[in-house]
Design a protein around this ligand. Structure first.
Ligand code: ADP
Ligand code: ADP
Length: 230
């Protein structure tokens, strides 16, 4: 796992008068789940996208394990960071195994290593490999697709995971099950995870630390769930 530091991170989209993220500074310790919670439009997604450089910050710096990565090659950075979003976007014409093995294949792993890794990840997210390897995304439930998305993000074993409302579009009962499995998974893998949600209950349940953003993209509070609840 790796630590992250965001230093005075600011994003102004062209044509917007207010910055989407305004001078955000925070330290994310290695091996913890840090949850960004806040109302719609408070800059949560924009913050995640700056960390993996889907978008460029207007100003400020990003450090991973103390190394300034603000200007390193974005492709290189993404190999170190797994990204899970609400609209998982599995490739419909690829099997589950092909979806999960996509990044390792791009990295040139051999077939045996890829297929071992796919099975290991399916086990990890609680899906029997022999039953799911050769299925297609549309043959899975929403909850299962979400798990495949998590497995795919972890395929190349990145030290960091960024998760943007990964359980947002799922029914409450399945969501609760996935949250519990996610916590169990994290107790084994101990990644550094930045997790975005607008649901304060989810934040309190999952976060080792919680950053509460207000409407103007300012951190109103950054603390453990226990401290936030008292
Ligand atoms: P959140 O994830 O907390 O809902 P976002 O990061 O998506 O917030 O958005 C923060 C602000 O930036 C909002 O005011 C939103 O309208 C604006 N915004 C987001 N993406 C873009 C974009 N591509 N172009 C212009 N404005 C954007
Ligand atoms: P979940 O609780 O994870 O949302 P569901 O109750 O939706 O699961 O699905 C139960 C089972 O039905 C799962 O094992 C899933 O693989 C299977 N299933 C769901 N949709 C389809 C489909 N279109 N074709 C084949 N199997 C399906």
């Amino acid at each position: 796992a790796a630590s992250i530091r965001l230093e005075s991170l600011t994003k102004r989209y062209p044509g917007q008068t207010e910055p989407a993220v305004d001078n955000l500074t925070m330290d994310i310790p290695a091996g913890e789940i840090v949850v960004l919670v806040g109302p719609s439009g408070s800059g949560k997604t924009t913050s995640l996208k700056m960390i993996n450089r889907i978008i460029e910050p207007t100003s400020g710096r990003i450090f991973i394990d103390g190394e300034d990565v603000t200007h390193v090659n974005a492709d290189q950075l993404r190999r170190r960071i797994g990204y899970v979003i609400q609209q998982i976007g599995l490739f419909p014409h690829m099997t589950i195994a092909e979806n999960i093995g996509m990044v390792p294949r791009l990295l040139g792993w051999n077939r045996t290593r890829i297929s071992e890794r796919v099975d290991e990840l399916l086990d990890l997210v609680g899906m029997e490999p022999s039953a799911y390897r050769t299925r297609y995304p549309k043959q899975l439930s929403g909850g299962q697709r979400q798990r495949v998305g998590v497995a795919r993000a972890m395929s190349a074993d990145p030290p960091l995971l960024l998760m943007d409302e990964p359980f947002g579009a799922i029914d409450p009962i399945t969501r609760e099950r996935l949250q519990n499995e996610f916590l169990r998974l994290q107790s084994n893998i101990r990644k550094t995870i930045v997790f975005v949600t607008h649901d304060i209950d989810e934040a309190i349940k999952l976060g080792d630390r919680i950053a509460i953003l207000n409407k103007r993209s300012k951190i109103a509070q950054y603390d453990t769930p226990e401290a936030i609840l008292t």
